[in-house]
Design a protein around this ligand. Structure first.
Ligand code: APR
Length: 236
């Protein structure tokens, strides 16, 4: 068995499971968001055209939930890794919460947008936002009443895909944390990473739909598995 080449470049994909212990609901669990909201009603451009008030109310509530939540031990461990890792590191999150950043992580990329960001469809400006949109506030840049949540809805292109593919192509290690592997393109990243020769590790409460693509799967709560794994990587 040849010597394992050293790990320099790491890509970490996170999903709703990493924020579950912070009190933010996941999507596909029995008590998941998609249990009492139809994706078609609240998370597509068509839904926004059909009933903007329903969509705005849904994301106004999620913005409140994010502001009320706090990072957990898994977020803190990834922030510690970010601070202590001098190789390449990119935390690609599918989550719209800012708990990675609030824990101190810096090398974070939100591929599905951010709850605390709004996008003006009149002037294309984006603004940090902690209030509501249901009441139709004017855009701080152009004054138009045309702002929507800065979220990537189903049928829309995720953000910064070129950067993600570049990082995966250079990765020696790809780690997936708290995601069911149900949604593409994120669910396909493990295969791309494996094809580029990276080692692949899954940290999840249960086996995900893509478990068979991973070299190793560790099952359990993120708040336990992630600090353990980070200490291993940092050789603590
Ligand atoms: N620790 C680790 N994993 C957990 C925990 C936990 N405490 N709690 C739940 N999980 C795992 C579940 O086992 C599940 O596999 O997290 C995963 C959450 O899966 P989903 O609810 O499908 O969420 P996610 O994979 O992030 O969804 C992907 O789908 O709805 C869209 O845009 C939305 O970004 C989202 C995307």
């Amino acid at each position: 068995m040849g010597e394992m080449s050293p790990i320099r470049n790491i890509v970490i994909l996170t999903g709703a499971g990493i924020s579950a212990e912070s009190g933010l609901r996941t999507f596909r669990a029995t008590d998941g968001l998609w249990e009492d909201h139809r994706v078609e009603d609240v998370a597509t451009p068509e839904a926004f055209r059909r009933d903007p008030a329903l969509v705005q109310r849904f994301y106004d509530q999620r913005r409140c939930d994010v502001l009320a939540a706090g990072p957990n031990a898994a977020h803190a461990a990834l922030a510690k890794l970010d601070a202590g890792w001098d190789g390449e590191l990119l935390i690609v999150t599918q989550n719209i919460d800012d708990l990675h950043e609030r824990a101190g992580a810096r090398r974070v990329l939100h591929m599905h947008g951010e709850a605390l960001s709004v996008w003006c469809l009149a002037c294309d400006a984006r603004h940090h936002w902690e209030g509501t949109l249901l009441d139709g506030p004017p855009c701080p840049s152009c004054g138009a009443i045309a702002m929507r949540p800065d979220i990537v809805w189903f049928g829309e292109m995720p953000y910064r895909m070129e950067e993600i593919f570049d990082a995966i192509a250079r990765a020696d290690l790809f780690v997936s944390i708290g995601t069911s592997g149900a949604v593409y393109p994120a669910a396909g990243f493990v295969q791309q990473a494996a094809q580029h020769g990276a080692r692949t590790l899954e940290l999840n409460l249960e086996r995900s739909q893509g478990s068979h693509w991973f070299d190793e799967s560790r099952l359990g709560a993120a708040s336990v598995l992630v600090p353990e794994w980070v200490d291993e990587v940092l050789g603590a």
